[in-house]
Design a binder for this molecule. Sequence first.
Ligand code: COI
Length: 356
Amino acid sequence: MLDIRIEKTTAPKELPKADNPLKFGTIFTDHMFIMNYKTGKGWHDARIVPYQPISLEPSAMVFHYGQAMFEGLKAYKAENGRVLLFRPDKNIERANKTNQRLCIPEIPAEDFLQALKTVVKTEEAWIPHKPGTSLYIRPFAIATDPFLGVRPADTYMFIIILSPVGAYYPEGLNPVKIWIEDEYVRAVRGGIGEAKTGGNYAASLKSQVKAHDEGYSQVLWLDGVERKYIEEVGAMNIFFKINGTVVTPKLNGSILPGVTRDTVIQLCKAWDLPVQERRISIEEIYEAHKNGTLEEVFGTGTAAVISPVGQLRWEQHIMKIKDGGIGEFSQKFYDTITGIQLGKLEDKFNWAVEVR
Ligand code: COI
């Protein structure tokens, strides 16, 4: 059990107005959680303090060698006023897998959950109510030693910041256009592709800029070796419905194990909808589109929840899906997942965790 000291702000900010569109990741709440780590001492000095800049030396190791973990999850306000987190145990487990891969000290799961609940409770008034909104939670850990040699750091900060958000994509639930990248790759097996760390996102930017310039909102990555098999979108995992079966790339070490990805797979099983995790080549998708069996394509992620895909571009081929509209199952997954997140639908899986 952490002993969390709480220092309240003396200058609370105005809460966003009900008509604020809450552009993703632009507004931050009044407080944040911080704790420090030092080799020999462990994690210590857990506190909630006013949201403010942090002070680091320019030599802090995170700036040079990228030893950094981050996570993303959301808090919701249910109609009866309860505050709900969605599957926080999965994010905590993944954070510690990332930590292991990057030689960052693990954060005990019960302490992590206590920190999440305490900071969300402190900022309860910031949880927006409108459909499609939530309080996005961004926990992260960074290496802070002032040192320029390459080795795991001895000191770290673990911070949780909170941001009231609307839709991740400006398109909202309208289908996005996705560019299939065949020049650069995001990750290779054995690398850090399955870890949630900034470097993977930095590696994606050049292609994302190229895709944006061509009018596409995201990039779909192919495998780093043969550039033939589908991996993920970077901000999302990807699903295809082909001839009645839902398929998604099997986790292979270079794909992020998404919480929403796992949620969709479990829902398919509960609904007796055939679901497969396997290798999927881009040629298979191209053929399925050509012969009319590619029924739906959608991305899954915490920020985006479910994002229908209306168009894929691979080399010179443009594949329009559902005439650019939303698929029946994309909508059903969205409605079910958000219904459970908001405490409106029965939660058979015990995915919603109440913050008291
Ligand atoms: C999330 O879905 O929470 C993520 O962390 C993706 C991020 C690029 C917004």
